[in-house]
Design a protein around this ligand. Structure first.
Ligand SMILES: *[C@@H]1O[C@H](CO)[C@@H](O)[C@H](O)[C@H]1NC(C)=O
Ligand SMILES: *[C@@H]1O[C@H](CO)[C@@H](O)[C@H](O)[C@H]1NC(C)=O
Length: 575
């Protein structure tokens, strides 16, 4: 008997190879699907004879009566359904979709817990002889829906460019091993039905941006992060007007079927967050501010100011001098300098910087004649995809600013004495002041003295720009004490003091003020003179001794007066 069976199966094998053998295949189980969700079970037939288009009949064996066939639906016979399924088949909640002549899908649109069971797919015979299998079975288990997704409903008002963070809680408690995927959607105003995908975290933990968010995702401006087990956070770094609308999150639960395909089993959407975005004023103007003149050797600073935009855009600034680019600073703060200016920067003579998000400075610390000309700045608003590659959105130019070199102006110098008198008494102090006018600058001073009835000037004292004082030979220290002092009262006033005069100090005093230009090419000077007389005390004093009693006797007393007349008020008496 065993021998005969062996031969038979060998013959069957041969037949299958040559003329074929009917074989019905149903999707491999067990399948787990959630209550309330749909299921689709595939079934096909191969190796058959007869018409290409085959008929299919679906039945179920429920766990309560595993041997009893309950007929559900057929492609051939509308009376096939048992009463318990008739209603659901009639309303097409349950139906068979034909994929091909030999292949169908059984759809149950909304599973009930009682739909768990062993499903059988059967093909009525169209062959001359019964050969092979005519049906196949698979198990379906309906499980409860445990998925939840939540986000509190709210309305947010934001300004363009502001950041946004929204979180959504998603969890499940399915006994079987399942994965979650989470997707954030935007429903733009007026697009009631169609939601735009912003970003999703797939069931295999991949971040996938929606088609209209790929660039912002690449720039790191749109992110989705999983925090802990159930929290999913959407972050948008800079909101755009197109982000306005209703935002929500959708969680999807996936299970891997025995045929290794992942199938959605549950899906939940959260409430919506309404997002209003106040568009920023994009337009801006560019101004350039500077003094219209500068002094050689002094700093020259130009400031490029962006006004009008209601937010802080990413800006790139280019400086032009006589219409040639000299320097630029990009939105990332990276400097680009033309050759000469690069050298001057490395020597610390030039600085190109960003003072604030909207103010940019070009500063030349020691400006020279070559810096005279017209300056201008161009400001471009840029969007950054990657560092170093900026996309220019709009460019604005500042007006031209003409900057002129101010040559050291002719100065006038005045010389005067402290007490406004040109005559002093011998022994009194002589204080001479020499004062220049005009713009602040580095001045040096030299005092000369031309004694009376002489023509040869004698050097008295000098003070350099740095304040170093030098005294003339006849004014140097005697016994550690000098009679002559030269002091700077302010940047343009120099005081020469001879603390105790002698008659030889009479004569003409000349003050020479010099200004040195920054490159020391020129030394400009101005002079002023004043005649000073030092009067001798001898010429001033008259002393008379007299008495009112012309005749006096010995031992008598009498009055004797000593009368001193002096043209000098501050005289001290030593009697
Ligand atoms: C038949 O169905 C099985 C199970 O669904 C599937 O693996 C196979 O690819 C199908 N064959 C054809 C020819 O459709
Ligand atoms: C369906 O499940 C029952 C009970 O576990 C089992 O006896 C039967 O073999 C399964 N059917 C298939 C086609 O796997």
């Amino acid at each position: 008997m065993a021998y005969i069976l062996h031969v038979a199966s060998f013959l069957l094998f041969l037949t299958k190879l040559s003329i074929g053998q009917r074989e019905v295949t149903v999707q491999k189980g067990p399948l787990f699907r959630a209550k309330g969700y749909p299921v689709s079970i595939g079934c096909n037939v191969t190796g058959y004879q007869g018409p290409l288009e085959q008929d299919f009949q679906w039945s179920v064996y429920l766990p309560t009566a595993p041997t009893q066939e309950v007929q559900i639906v057929s492609t051939k016979d509308s009376t096939f359904s048992y009463a318990v399924y008739a209603q659901r088949v009639q309303s097409r909640e349950i139906y068979v979709e034909r994929v091909q002549g030999n292949s169908v899908l059984l759809h149950i649109s909304k599973l009930q817990m009682k739909d768990s069971g062993e499903y059988e797919c059967h093909t009525p015979n169209t062959d001359e002889k019964y050969y092979g299998s005519y049906s196949a079975k698979t198990n379906l288990t309906v499980i409860p829906d445990t998925l939840s997704a939540s986000m509190s409903s709210q309305t947010l008002s934001k300004e363009e460019g502001e950041p946004l963070e929204l979180t959504c809680e998603a969890s499940k408690a399915t006994a079987q091993h399942t994965h979650l995927s989470v997707t954030w959607y935007l429903m733009q105003d007026g697009e009631r039905s169609q939601a735009t995908k912003i970003i999703s975290l797939s069931k295999d933990f991949m971040l996938i941006p929606g088609p209209s968010y790929t660039e912002r995702f690449a720039a790191g401006d749109v992110q989705l992060a999983k925090l802990g087990v159930t929290t999913f956070r959407l972050s948008i770094r800079r909101l755009q007007p197109s982000d306005q609308g209703q935002l929500f999150c959708e969680a999807t639960e996936w299970i891997q079927d025995p045929d290794e395909t992942w199938t959605l089993i549950t899906k939940k959407q959260t409430d919506h967050t309404t997002l209003r975005i106040q568009p920023a004023v994009r337009d801006f103007q560019v101004n350039i501010t500077t003094e219209s003149t500068f002094i050689e050797g002094k700093p020259l600073e130009l400031v490029c100011l962006v006004v009008g935009s209601s937010r802080d855009p990413q800006l790139q600034v280019i400086w032009f001098f006589n219409d040639t680019e000299i320097a630029r600073i990009d939105a990332g703060g990276v400097l680009g300098l033309k050759k000469d200016y690069k050298e001057r920067t490395s020597q610390g003579q030039l600085q190109v910087s960003k003072l604030s998000p909207r103010a940019f400075s070009l500063k030349i610390f020691t400006a020279g004649p070559e810096d005279e000309g017209s300056y201008r700045c161009a400001v471009a608003e840029v969007a950054g995809a990657q560092v170093g590659s900026w996309q220019v959105l709009q460019t604005k130019q500042s007006p031209e600013s003409h900057v002129h070199l101010r040559k050291p102006a002719a100065r006038s110098v005045v010389v005067f004495t402290k007490n406004q008198q040109q005559v002093v008494w011998e022994g009194e102090a002589l204080t001479l002041l020499c004062k220049a006018d005009g713009a602040a600058g580095l001045l040096s001073v030299k005092w000369w003295h031309i004694p009376q009835e002489q023509t040869q000037p004698e050097f008295v004292a000098s003070m350099e720009q740095d304040g170093t004082v030098q005294l003339g030979a006849s004014h140097r220290e005697l016994n550690n004490h000098s009679n002559t002092r030269l002091e700077k009262m302010n940047w343009a006033t120099f005081q020469l003091e001879i603390t105790s005069t002698t008659v030889t100090d009479s004569g003409t005093y000349e003050c020479r003020v010099s200004e040195r230009t920054w490159n020391q090419a020129r030394d400009l000077s101005w002079t002023q003179k004043m005649l000073v007389t030092v009067k001798s005390l001898q010429s001033s004093l008259q002393v008379n001794l007299m008495s009112r009693q012309p005749q006096v006797k010995l031992t008598n007393t009498f009055d004797l007066s000593c009368i001193v007349r002096a043209g000098y008020s501050d005289l001290k008496r030593a009697s």
